[in-house]
Design a protein around this ligand. Structure first.
Ligand SMILES: NC(=O)c1ccc[n+]([C@@H]2O[C@H](COP(=O)([O-])OP(=O)(O)OC[C@H]3O[C@@H](n4cnc5c(N)ncnc54)[C@H](OP(=O)(O)O)[C@@H]3O)[C@@H](O)[C@H]2O)c1
Length: 345
């Protein structure tokens, strides 16, 4: 086993603005052998997520930046192929922080076993995993939608936004999704059953969004920032809640920002409308809410009240290109890289 080759993708250079393929490097290594208390994992499905862009910068943040030459961070669905750990056997399927690689050792207590009989294992990277929990926690703890209220969310066809809108509707609220193409908008409205979907790339986006929210906006679940935030700001009702989950429109910005300074208008709205604007990282809510999330969203998937979409790319070597495309919305659904060990669902 130790003579088999493994592959990994490391951070080769820090991006200046939009990442380029040369910022990543594919390397071949030996497959490691597990020591006492360790398991050897073979990655089947690697998750690509927007937060990874932040780790590529050497900037103070809630997480430590990835060092140059280090393996890109990431969560995956992996198979235990050798075990020296009493809690795991060969063949177990687990959720693990492996990074962008084909094989990894782990002695971590935070491996989560996945049962394919409960839900397809890839859902552990999306609707039933970190992105899904981000939607659930931000909406339940901060957004708190009430029946009849209007909830707006962008990146609405993705794993976070799609669940935000569906949970909002299950809570009796109106869900308005913002997405980046007519196809994504059709999916959000027709398949996910949002009340309305608006294309943020359309020339009259702000007017269309206002039309879709005749009673204003009570919860704006912030996934993107940028022009969408600017269009939502004047629509916010008094006492609106704004869970700030992500600002993907800004992740590739090299400088301080690419438009006129919106801070004065933003601060004025926060004060004059008594807004609640609260940033969060999903794991803040885990101790209190993770079990309920798995139960409720798992049940919603089982009886098809909750739907999700996955977008597969084949081969570890395709991860950099797929990641760069994702930051611009050129994927459709939860983006997952399928490695040799992963079968087609
Ligand atoms: N706080 C937390 O703990 C936490 C955890 C997970 C994720 N997040 C955040 O949640 C957000 C969504 O993540 P996800 O995993 O569900 O990603 P995703 O929806 O699969 O992908 C990101 C989407 O953002 C949209 N987008 C990109 N640039 C945009 C722009 N300039 N304006 C408007 N939309 C833009 C694109 O959708 P369209 O093609 O529809 O425009 C793209 O598909 C991200 O900001 C992420 O960082 C936060």
């Amino acid at each position: 086993m130790s003579s088999t080759k493994a592959r990994q993708i490391v951070l080769a250079a820090r991006p200046q603005g939009k990442p380029r393929l040369t910022d990543f490097r594919l390397e071949e290594t030996q497959t490691p052998t597990p020591g006492a208390g360790q398991v050897l994992l073979q990655v089947q499905y690697l998750s690509l997520d927007p937060y990874m862009r932040g780790r590529m910068d050497d900037r103070k943040s809630y997480a430590t930046p990835t060092s140059l030459g280090a393996v890109m961070p990431g969560e995956s669905v992996a198979k235990v192929v050798a075990s020296q750990h009493p809690g795991y056997s060969e063949g177990d399927i687990v959720l693990a922080q492996t990074g962008w690689r084909t094989h990894a050792l782990s002695d971590r207590a935070d491996l989560r076993k996945l049962d394919p009989r409960v839900a397809p294992v890839t859902t552990g990277l999306g609707v039933l995993g970190m992105p899904g929990f981000t939607a659930y926690g931000g909406l339940r703890v901060i957004g708190k939608p009430r029946p009849g209220e209007t909830v707006v969310v962008a990146a609405a066809s993705g794993p976070v936004g799609s669940l935000v809108g569906q949970l909002a509707r299950l809570a009796g609220a109106r869900a308005v999704g913002v997405a980046g193409s007519p196809e994504k908008c059709a999916y959000v409205k027709d398949e996910l059953q949002f009340d309305a979907a608006v294309d943020h790339k359309g020339a009259d986006f702000a007017a269309k969004l206002a039309e879709a929210c005749p009673n204003g906006v009570d919860v704006y679940y912030e996934n993107v920032g940028g022009a969408v935030w600017q269009a939502v700001l004047p629509l916010l009702n008094n006492f609106a809640r704004v869970p700030v989950s992500g600002l993907i429109a800004q992740y590739n910005a090299a400088g301080p920002g690419d438009g006129p300074d919106r801070l004065p208008a933003t601060m004025r709205a926060i004060l004059s409308k008594s807004l609640t604007v609260r940033g969060f990282i999903n794991y803040e809510f885990a101790a209190e809410h993770y079990a309920a999330f798995l139960r409720e969203v798992g049940a919603g998937i089982a009886d098809a009240r909750i739907r999700y979409r996955e977008d597969f790319v084949d081969g570890l070597e395709k991860a950099p290109e797929a990641f760069i495309s994702m930051l611009e919305g050129r994927h459709f659904g939860k983006l997952i890289v399928r490695l040799d060990g992963g079968s087609k669902p």
